[in-house]
Design a protein around this ligand. Structure first.
Ligand code: FES
Ligand code: FES
Length: 192
């Protein structure tokens, strides 16, 4: 008897549960886009180099093209479709709009999800390669433009809107650090 190459899995996405059969080789990115019609998450390189496919998995930013859907089963996945609070945009979304943090917009969902995850990492005290003195006595590392650039370096923008992206992330962080780092609550159930 041959080994099975597919499984029925349940993905928790933006507060809803989706039960679906998948080939074991299906990436989380393809499951989101092609099976659940959540096309806000973009495919750029499909090999982990551009960040366009960034989503949040259990609150941590993750490139969905490098994660198998079966490995995401039972974890809380948040895509760009799920970051707003009803009609109220997430502070990072609002800052990107207010400061024109995009041109064509293709990289933007990944930039926003990555920024939300990054702000949570910073709020939790995680250092980056750009951080200076990280001894606890020195206090939190300021979120300078250099820090933002380093921490967002996994998200490429072919339009090179980097100046505005950095300004938008800084604005979101300043406006409301706690809510900007907020990862949306999730609940509910649905099946496909
Ligand atoms: S599409 Fe996933 S990192 Fe480029
Ligand atoms: S806004 Fe066009 S790729 Fe970033």
């Amino acid at each position: 008897m041959g080994l099975s190459t597919s499984s029925v899995i349940t993905l928790h996405v933006n507060g809803e549960k989706h039960t679906l059969p998948v080939d074991h080789r299906t990436t989380l990115l393809d499951a989101l886009r092609e099976r659940l019609d959540l096309t806000g998450t973009k495919k750029g390189c499909d090999q982990g180099q551009c960040g366009a496919c960034t989503v949040l998995v259990d609150g941590r930013r993750t490139v969905a093209c490098l994660q198998l859907a079966v490995a995401a089963e039972g974890r809380e996945i948040t895509t760009i479709e799920g970051v707003a609070d009803g009609d109220r945009l997430h502070p990072v979304q609002q800052a990107f709009i207010d400061l024109d943090g995009y041109q064509c917009g293709y990289c933007t969902p990944g930039q926003i999800c990555s920024a939300i995850g990054m702000l949570a990492e910073h709020a939790a005290g995680w250092p980056s390669a750009a951080s200076g003195d990280i001894r606890p006595a020195v206090g939190p590392t300021p979120l300078t433009p250099e820090e933002i650039r380093e921490r967002m370096s996994g998200n490429l923008c072919r339009c090179s809107a980097y100046t505005s992206i950095v300004e938008a992330v800084a604005r979101a962080a300043e406006a409301d650090a706690s809510s900007a780092a907020r990862v949306p609550e999730q609940s509910g159930e649905a099946a496909v």
